[in-house]
Ligand binder design. Structure first.
Ligand SMILES: [Zn+2]
Ligand SMILES: [Zn+2]
Length: 176
């Protein structure tokens, strides 16, 4: 299997290639469809990895290269490669974290988990909680809506409170 990793110094690239080889054997995946390009992203702030299977590109967050995150680097690399394998075998139709993907993770020795809790990752920029999200609030009384960058359970609809109503709000989180 061919892994291209231009952004990586020799040692880290060698380790990532070696793991990929090992998993590739277990998966009987030879990347016949072409090399996979590994890119290291300095700009990724939220995710740890991203697979763009059609372009055959996998992007990993540079914080994973920190020695302390070694285990997570391994898991994330495997996670993203497994996406590529599912795509190579079944095309775009299959769900990203479905059974096929989970089976590959297990075969590589990982419990398939869709997300790695961010507090386990050392060195991620300390973005304030809620950044990158917006919250849509809707009053259950009058239906008024408003969108904010942060939210608070105690907030109530001012108009309804003013007229003696409860002013309870339901919240939806959405990506900014
Ligand atoms: Zn995924
Ligand atoms: Zn209201």
């Amino acid at each position: 299997m061919l892994i291209m990793a231009h952004d990586l110094e020799g040692r880290a690239a060698a380790a990532l290639r070696e793991w990929a080889e090992r998993w590739g054997e277990r998966w009987q995946w030879t990347a016949k469809k072409g090399a996979v390009e590994l890119q290291i992203s300095q700009r990724m702030t939220r995710g740890l990895g991203k697979c763009m299977p059609e372009q055959r590109v996998i992007r990993l967050n540079h914080v994973l290269l920190d020695e302390v995150n070694a285990a997570l680097l391994r898991e994330t690399w495997c996670h993203e490669l497994a996406h590529q394998v599912v795509f190579d075998r079944y095309g775009t139709g299959s769900p990203p974290h479905g059974r096929l993907w989970g089976d590959l993770m297990r075969a590589a020795g990982f419990e398939p988990r869709v997300r790695i809790p961010m507090e386990q990752v050392v060195g991620l920029p300390k973005v304030s909680r809620g950044r990158g999200y917006q919250y849509l609030h809707q009053c259950t009384g009058c239906g008024k809506q408003f969108v904010t960058q942060r939210t608070d359970r105690r907030w109530r609809c001012a108009a309804c409170r003013a007229t003696g109503g409860e002013g309870r709000l339901i919240r939806f989180r959405k990506s900014a």
